[in-house]
Design a protein around this ligand. Structure first.
Ligand code: 3PG
Length: 307
């Protein structure tokens, strides 16, 4: 069996060493394709792979077609919007993610971005503190819960909205107020931290109407996916509301224009860096290797997302 690790944005060395050990212990072959610049390289490398481990790398129908032996794709990370599930399912290829493995890194970045924006992107001038501010968590999953806990530790007043968690006790147990609508969450938060996946339903779902509900001086932090934002709506909002700020992990498509127009009120990382820590790479990379081997050798389908 051959497992290919295809990472345009490579894992930390330690993670690669760990993956190598897990694959070798199973008696499988490991192939590495890192920092590739052309889709053709992936198409060639995947041709004889039985398992594929990726990060944000795109698994398109073309990739599936080229991968004649492929049985499993493991997305080392949470969001699998980069994998064409229908194409994989049609070929009987199992797709998994590694939920929770890189969440802490993303949560820390979300808090870092809040402080960065509150302190005027570390430029001279009077900033503000997070203590006492209202933090709204948009989707209370692995990352959202950690951001909430960090926010509480900083003295923020934390609320959360998650349409998939109806049990109020779940939030209350963590000292977080459950909010029943997304509109109420935005209306009652000085900071909103976004943690929704990019799906056909969520893409472009956060726009002018929702953002404009936020109170004076509010900041939106997006460490989820740039696609969930309606950028035209965001642009209009920032034009009309000089009090508001927006920071995103991975530059918006219109980031150059946003930067030029709104300067200190906006920020976008040039490359997605939420999960770019050695710890997150090791956690997610090793979990992905174990899951790939677990499926190929023992048929374990835990964390399969295309059941
Ligand atoms: C995720 O969905 O797990 C994060 O966005 C991390 O993505 P990355 O592996 O491309 O950094």
């Amino acid at each position: 069996m051959k497992i290919l690790v295809a990472t345009e944005k490579p894992f930390a060395r330690k993670a690669v060493e760990g993956i190598r050990e897990i694959v070798a212990e199973a008696g499988y072959e490991l192939a590495m394709l890192e920092k590739y610049t052309d889709k053709a390289q992936l198409l060639e490398a995947v041709a004889d792979a039985d398992g594929l481990i990726i990060r944000s790398d795109k698994v398109t129908p073309e990739v599936v077609d080229a991968a004649k032996n492929l049985k499993i794709v493991v997305r080392a990370g949470a969001g699998y919007d980069n994998v064409d599930l229908a194409a994989c399912t049609a070929r009987g290829i199992v797709v998994m993610n590694t939920p929770g493995q890189n969440s802490n890194a993303v949560a820390e970045l979300a808090i870092g971005l809040m402080i960065f924006m509150a302190r005027n992107k570390y430029t001279p001038g009077t900033g503000s503190e997070l203590k006492g501010k209202r933090l709204g968590i948009h989707a209370y999953g692995n990352v959202g819960r950690l951001v909430g806990a960090c926010g509480k530790a900083l003295g923020m007043v934390v609320s959360a909205y998650d349409p998939f968690i109806t049990d109020a006790a779940y939030f209350e147990a963590e000292g977080v107020r459950k909010v029943d609508s997304v509109e109420e969450l935005y209306a009652s938060s000085d900071y909103v931290s976004i943690h929704i996946p990019a799906t056909p339903q969520t893409k472009g779902s956060i726009g002018y109407e929702l953002l404009n509900r936020m109170p004076q001086g509010a900041t939106v932090i997006n460490t989820a996916r740039k696609e969930v934002i309606d950028e035209a709506g965001l642009m209009k909002l920032l034009e009309e509301r000089e009090d508001m700020k927006y920071a995103t992990d991975i530059a918006a498509d219109s980031q150059a224009e946003l930067n030029e127009k709104f300067g200190k009120r906006v920020f976008g990382t040039p490359k997605k860096m939420g999960a770019e820590t050695a710890e997150a790479n090791i956690n997610a990379g090793l979990a992905a290797a174990r899951q790939a081997v677990g499926y190929l050798r023992d048929g374990v389908t835990k964390f399969q997302v295309n059941k």
